[in-house]
Write a protein that binds this ligand. Structure first.
Ligand SMILES: N[C@@H](CCC(=O)N[C@@H](CS)C(=O)NCC(=O)O)C(=O)O
Length: 320
């Protein structure tokens, strides 16, 4: 674990404030892909490459959108090693498919030799200019949602115009309390920072359980980006966050409606293959040396996301 300082990789644990609250830094590469004539990054098949970790929930969002939007033949993808230790994300024996680099930080320096800061995934890379287009998942999924539609003819829209402000509002609520909330629990370094994050997380999971009792998705009957952003945290909850990050007031499987909602999303075509629970567990348990110094990977639980769900029957019945 570390960051780039003065063009060099330096080992360092995550940042926190004076009260022991975990601080996630802002992403630095924020370009877009569009047919705008003055935009450097045009939608082209084979031009872009996505570097991800299957463990990282933010990277997971981008892999999901690549599948949902039929971009598998347009944007290539590669997966870093599950463990993230002294050198940060590493490419391992398989190597970096583009430049045969060893570490993701070398890619950041290749894109910008003056880059300073954390080296995070996902990374959307441009093979043509040999630079990073964007390393912020919330923006990459929106690019994937529309930028390549003319190439794929896939016009499925997970951020429809009419729902944008509602999606943005719900994303903010869920990001702070749930997506980043589990990290605020796991990486807190004081009891009070942990307890504040924990209470906030479970208050919002209670709200979610009640919400999903009466509506199928976060934005009523429309499956949107907001659901996929939430999904990546829910799917990791019982296997990782409950134990490793001490989010243990309840298991997610004890929330009836959330569990059925989670199964429904998992069973959408193209999604199950984006989830590799053994890789996910290996990353968290065997990378966070401060949280789990033995690096022993928890053996359970056995995921049950393939079980039937009742979302069709409940919500169709309601509409009759
Ligand atoms: N805001 C970024 C966050 C990405 C992020 O924090 N990724 C984590 C993995 S889950 C990472 O690469 N961390 C490495 C580090 O901070 O050193 C996004 O959504 O893309």
């Amino acid at each position: 674990m570390g960051l780039i300082v003065n063009g060099k990789w330096v080992q360092q644990w995550y940042d926190e404030d004076s009260k022991g609250n975990f601080k996630r830094p802002d992403s630095r590469f924020r370009n877009t892909i569009s047919t705008d004539s003055n935009n450097v990054y045009q939608p082209e098949a084979g031009r872009y490459h996505l570097y991800i970790s299957l463990a990282c929930p933010w990277a997971h969002r981008t892999l999901i959108f690549r599948n949902l939007k039929g971009l598998e033949d347009i944007i290539s993808v590669s997966v870093v090693e599950p463990e993230m230790l002294e050198n940060g994300w590493t490419f391992g024996d398989k190597g970096d498919p583009l430049y045969n680099l060893d570490y993701a930080y070398q890619l950041y320096l290749k894109a910008d030799k003056t880059y300073e800061g954390r080296v995070t995934v996902p990374i959307l890379w441009d093979k043509k200019t040999q630079s990073i287009v964007n390393n912020e998942s919330s923006e990459i999924i929106r690019l994937f949602n529309t930028a390549f539609n003319d190439l794929t003819q896939n016009t499925d829209d997970y951020y429809p115009e009419a729902l944008r402000s509602d999606i943005d509002n719900i994303n903010d609520k869920i990001y702070n309390s749930i997506n980043n909330g589990v990290y605020r629990c796991g990486f807190a370094t004081t009891q009070s920072a942990y307890e504040t994050a924990f209470d906030d997380l479970f208050e919002n999971l209670d709200w979610l359980e009640n919400t999903l009792a009466t509506q199928r998705y976060l934005l009523d009957d429309t499956l949107t980006e907001a659901d996929w952003r939430l999904f990546v945290t829910l799917i990791r909850f019982d296997s990782v966050y409950h134990g490793h990050f001490k989010c243990n007031r309840n298991k997610l499987s004890e929330f009836h409606h959330i569990s059925h909602y989670l199964r429904e999303l998992y069973q959408v075509p193209g999604i199950a293959e984006t989830v590799d629970m053994e890789y996910i567990k290996t990353h968290y348990y065997a990378s966070h040396t401060l949280v789990n110094p033995s690096l022993i990977v928890a053996k359970g639980p056995k995921p049950q996301f393939d079980l039937p769900h009742e979302r069709d029957s409940i919500f169709i019945k309601e509409k009759l």
